[in-house]
Write a protein that binds this ligand. Structure first.
Ligand code: NAD
Length: 442
């Protein structure tokens, strides 16, 4: 099949490369000329495991190409995939649909015959109708619109895309359903995980899934704060809960709040859709509020440890990306922490295996960055672990302690053993491990 993918970010690039790997001819479009120039040479603009190989292999095979011109990519395509960003609007939390509407208008003028125009971006219920209206106004050629929300996770995006748990197809047209089914059938050979449904249900499924996951995280974060107050250990509680198959063991890890390019904006957009329709999603709203509070917890604790002010204090941060295995820092908890620490007068120095270029671009010289996880701790009065990259789990703590001016550690992901840390001579704080405060010292 011939495909045009409009928007070559995390989703568009993975999808474009993934589809081409199954033998389709794919042209990926992006407005960003520098990005397209680099991609043409096989240089990947983001950190995503396995993506470089996938792109280079299909580029070399001539099945994958890149352009800045929608007018060039769309003619002759059987399927046009919209994968542009849908960020949050400044004002009311709604999804900003300017990019998707502009992309649809560009596609309309480029159509030369029938194509299925399918939205992979996360868009509010009803967006397919807007896209249909834009296409109708801009072309005389026949087309079908469809919704195909994407469920890949950054950091494991290639695996998720190539072996999806499910493929959701929102369609109201038989031809579109047939085309999209045959596009996806090689991805689901070992079981029919393609679900065909109406377009509005498909659009809502994506927000429902992300919101459920966000709610789980916020629930555990709230419970973790309670565990501290009542002298319980959230890690024991988590294990106790997760053996119940109705609950399961995923997304129950307390931490410094969730970030990323999806959960925060998607729960706000869903809540906005509800309000627009005269409905209040109390639980989703509460998850948002709880998350905003949770993102301040590490900063408050570090300040409290120094009596409220951090002037003259050097605070090191391990992990700046919003989660491991990605360089994405959108709404990352580390950014809130940096801002809180700076406001309290601290000098902040950070290390992340892959996200430092993005941090430098966003924060400039407000934060010092070090190229080594131990060097970042040199002279630090405290260290905060914010992103649980693997290399931090088995850190050389003796070396770390030698570097630090003061052996004070805030483990924002509960990845270290409290007793071991204490034995090594650290003053150790975790999230929700209240029993530690009552544990005998010495
Ligand atoms: N990142 C994820 O993990 C993820 C997962 C599932 C769904 N989504 C959704 O997928 C969509 C894309 O997310 P992303 O993270 O890939 O975004 P992104 O910001 O990484 O990429 C979007 C790209 O679209 C380009 N673009 C914007 N307008 C364009 C136009 N008219 N023509 C061509 N290119 C254009 C931008 O230059 C940018 O490179 C969003 O709706 C997001 O919510 C993201």
């Amino acid at each position: 099949m011939r495909l045009a993918v409009i928007g070559t970010g995390y989703v568009g690039l993975v999808a474009g490369a993934g589809f081409s790997d199954f033998g389709n001819d794919v042209v990926c479009v992006d407005l960003d000329e520098a990005r397209i120039e680099r991609l043409r040479k096989g240089v990947i603009p983001i950190h995503e495991p396995q993506l470089e190989d996938l792109v280079q292999r299909n580029l070399a095979a001539g099945r994958l190409s890149f352009t800045t011109s929608t007018a060039e990519a769309v003619p002759g395509a059987d399927v046009v995939i919209l994968a542009v960003g849908t960020p949050q609007s400044e004002d009311d939390g709604s999804a900003d649909l300017r990019f998707i509407e502009a992309a649809a208008a560009q596609v309309a003028t480029a159509l030369t015959g029938f194509a299925v125009v399918v939205t992979k971006s996360t868009v509010p219920v009803g967006t397919a109708d807007r896209i249909r209206a834009i296409l109708s106004a801009g072309t005389k050629h026949p087309f079908a619109v469809a919704s195909n929300p994407e469920f890949l996770k950054e950091g494991d995006a290639v695996n998720d895309f190539m072996k999806p748990d499910r493929v959701i197809l929102g369609v109201d047209d038989d031809r579109a359903a047939r085309t999209l089914r045959s596009l996806y059938s090689p991805f689901v050979r070992t079981g029919d995980r393609i679900m065909v449904m109406d377009i509005r249900s498909a659009e809502l499924t994506k927000y429902a899934s992300n919101s459920m996951l966000a709610v789980r995280i916020s629930f555990m974060n709230e419970l973790a704060l309670l565990a501290e107050k009542v002298g319980a250990d959230i890690e024991q509680v988590r294990k106790g809960m997760s053996t119940d198959p109705r609950i399961g063991n995923k997304f129950l890890f307390p931490g410094p709040g969730f970030g990323g390019s999806c959960f925060p904006k998607d729960i706000r957009a869903l809540s906005h859709t509800a309000r627009q329709n005269g409905h209040q999603l109390e639980i989703v709203d509460a998850a948002e509020r709880a998350n905003r509070r949770q993102k301040r917890v590490l900063g408050e604790r570090i300040r409290a440890a120094f009596g409220g002010a951090l002037a003259g204090k050097r605070i090191a941060i391990w992990g700046l990306a919003f989660k491991p295995e990605t360089d994405d820092i959108r709404e990352a908890p580390a950014l809130q922490l940096v801002s809180d620490l700076l406001e309290a007068g601290a000098t902040v120095v950070g290390y992340d295996p892959v996200a430092m270029d993005n941090v430098r671009a966003q924060l400039g010289d407000r934060i010092e960055l070090a190229n080594d996880m131990y060097a970042v701790a040199a002279g630090a009065h405290a260290l905060a672990l914010v992103t649980e990259w693997k290399q931090f789990r088995g850190a050389d703590f003796r070396r770390l302690k030698e570097q630090m001016a003061n052996p004070l550690v805030f483990d924002g992901r509960n990845i270290w053993d409290p007793a071991t840390m204490r034995d090594l001579g650290f003053t150790y704080h975790a999230i929700g491990r209240g029993h530690e405060q009552n544990a005998p010292r010495g």
